[in-house]
Design a protein around this ligand. Sequence first.
Ligand code: ATP
Ligand code: MG
Length: 318
Amino acid sequence: MFDLFEKRFVINTGKGGVGKTTISAAVALAAARRGKRVLLMDMSAKERFSRIFGSKPLSVEPLEVEENLFAVRITPDEALEEYAIMKLRLKTLYKAVFENRFIRTFLRVIPGLNELTLLGKAWHEEQARDPMTGRPVWDMIVIDAPATGHGVFFLQIPDVICSMITSGPMYQEARQIGDLVHDPRRTALNLITLVEEMPVNETIELKQRLDDALKVPLGFVVANAIYPPLFDAHADLMEKLDAAGPVEGDLGRMLDAALFRRKRVELQRTYLDRIDAEIDLPQIHIPYYFTERFDFMTISKIADQIDRQASAVVRDSA
Ligand SMILES: Nc1ncnc2c1ncn2[C@@H]1O[C@H](COP(=O)(O)OP(=O)(O)OP(=O)(O)O)[C@@H](O)[C@H]1O
Ligand SMILES: [Mg+2]
């Protein structure tokens, strides 16, 4: 039985612009509304959550943007600094080492280091316990993953490290991060896609690669921005008018627009069928929202959709 809201580590991935940030915000909001204490982590270059939640700009300090919902934005440099200070214990030592121009340049070229420090930071938050009660500080951590290649490369890094070094503190940490990333009880990786030809093809490919190599527990395929059907009740009428020959004036243009929309809906249906046929995962369908500003109201509606559809999956599998 797959219950998204029982996971502690929810990662949302997908190609650029498919809705990772939007869906991450909505998943976090839905969980917070269920009373979970949620940390929403922005690891992308441009920070959108503060606009969505109407808060101050985010920083490395968790900010409560809604009841139970905290958001942070962390860059690789900040994560590395935090980690290094934790390890070296002394800020002055950190400054001496990491603010050295040559060392910085050297660090920048280590492949995967940025992603590893970000993932390490997320793991650290997952491990955090309240000193008084011993309870986890966060019930759920939602990650808006950076768009590196397919956006999942960074999840492989702990395994890569463990295959290169086989003992010592670095190994231990990489091992524990890897354990979290592979743990189906705690982790779910959602695949976000638009319902268009290229994004759907790439999501199918990504799923295959994940099955073959990465072995990260998967959650939902989130099919985002689906056009709701319009004038379905008048489909016959539309066809008859269209078949009767050109319709003049505004009525003709309206008919064209309606037919165009219908074709788009049909086309999206074929891509949804492809997802059905090729990706063996539960789905969440999010409509396209025609709004001037993509604000909290819209995220709130998407959160409701996610909550309802995720609950249905739990019910159906029970
Ligand atoms: N369901 C939807 N209906 C309408 N517009 C949407 C929907 N989902 C996302 N959008 C819009 O699409 C754009 C891209 O969404 P978003 O920023 O969430 O994608 P992303 O995958 O995080 O992008 P990036 O890779 O650039 O970080 C935004 O302008 C967002 O408001
Ligand atoms: Mg984004």
